[in-house]
Design a protein around this ligand. Structure first.
Ligand SMILES: [Zn+2]
Length: 370
């Protein structure tokens, strides 16, 4: 078996890469999409269903699991893999993004962040060292450096956030004790190329096993996101995986891979499923729409998921209107399948040397949201 956390690039078409990232819980075939399990569960589906969908990497949220049930409890129960019965790779975030989202109940200082729990109002403090200690208790394969995500258009705030993110990344490296976890750094800097470059170059010098591009998908335009991705691609080491945090619509996956991204995560497919929306290869549809009342065909004729193999659109519409739990489960299975199959097809097209044609065809066919 290959050493853990080495990254092999099998094929590259311009910036797009098909690779293998070796982890203690198996290989990630990249580019890869990770479903999000905020509370150590991908909402509405069982781990067995995820396995059937051939999901490989899943994400869990440090902030939520630290507050409930507590990272020490999870460690006592054998860590996240055992706790949530998932023996494939897991990634945890640093808790930073969620803590900073608690705009009114958190206070940042150069050493860390003090905040109030959204559950019971109790006061907590997370420092870079604490974030690593929590993530070591959780025991994911990929863990993230504690970072501050500035708002995209405030240059002064971004400068301060960036300074902290750099210092905090160094502190995370020093605090880390487990060798079976890969610590990724997070590039910040808003929409400012000079800050992004500074961030990418600083983190590259730390020689981490992977790099995330943070602070995107938080209010900036798509053109700005794509431009930052292209610039960051030039500043990061080529032999390490790049992770674009919180991005996962079908068109964003294709355009992200086009710009050198290897790992994605997003709540979109699972969240949409709980709001009656299905993602297909060409568009997003609302299954509650009256036009499906007696529709015999599945959500997507070309999809081979359990939901599309066995159920009509009319049945799914009935389930969601009757607020039946199975509606969310079937739509989640379908939406995850769409994204996971899309990633497999993207990977194959890179291996076959046909990614540019694939991407052009996909973008031409993509109709967007109904
Ligand atoms: Zn389907």
């Amino acid at each position: 078996m290959e050493a853990s956390f080495t990254f092999e690039i099998k094929s590259q078409i311009q910036r797009a890469r098909a690779g293998i990232f070796h982890t203690p819980h198996g290989d990630l075939l990249t580019p890869v999409f990770a479903p999000v399990g905020t509370q150590a569960t991908i909402k509405a589906v069982t781990p067995a269903q995820l396995e059937e969908l051939t999901a490989s990497l899943v994400l869990a949220n440090t902030y939520h699991l630290y507050l409930r049930p507590g990272d020490e409890i999870i460690a006592q129960l054998g860590g996240l893999h055992s706790f949530m019965h998932w023996d494939r790779p897991i990634l945890t975030d640093s808790g930073g993004f969620q803590v900073f989202s608690l705009a009114d109940s958190r206070k940042i200082d150069p050493d860390g962040v003090t905040f109030k729990s959204h559950i019971d109002g109790s006061t907590h403090r997370i420092t870079p060292e604490k974030s690593i200690a929590i993530q070591e208790n959780l025991g994911a394969d990929i863990i993230m450096a504690f970072d501050e995500c500035g708002s995209p258009y405030d240059i002064e705030k971004n400068k301060t956030a960036l300074e902290r993110t750099c210092t905090w990344a160094e502190r995370c490296v020093k605090a880390k004790t487990r060798s079976d976890q890969a610590l990724f750094g997070i590039i910040q800097g808003g929409v400012y190329p000079e800050l992004r470059q500074q961030s990418a170059e600083f983190l590259s010098r730390l020689d981490l096993p992977g790099y995330a591009i943070g602070g995107l998908s938080v209010g900036e335009t798509k053109a700005e996101t794509l431009s930052i991705l292209e610039q960051v691609d030039d500043w990061l080491p080529r032999n390490k995986p790049r992770y674009l945090m919180g991005v996962g619509s079908p068109e964003d996956l294709v355009t992200g891979v086009q710009r050198g991204v290897d790992i994605f995560d997003c709540v979109l497919p699972t969240r949409l499923a709980r709001h009656h929306a299905a993602i297909t290869r060409t568009r997003r549809i609302n299954i509650a729409n009256a036009r499906f009342i007696s529709e015999k065909s599945p959500i997507d004729e070309s999809c081979t998921c359990y939901a599309c193999r066995n159920f009509s659109s009319a049945y799914l519409r009935h389930l969601v209107l009757a607020k039946e739990i199975l509606g969310a489960t079937l739509l989640t299975i379908h939406n995850l399948n769409t994204l996971l199959v899309l990633m497999k097809d993207i990977r194959q097209s890179i291996l076959d040397g046909k990614f540019e044609q694939f991407a052009a065809h996909f973008i031409e066919e993509w109709e967007g949201t109904e």
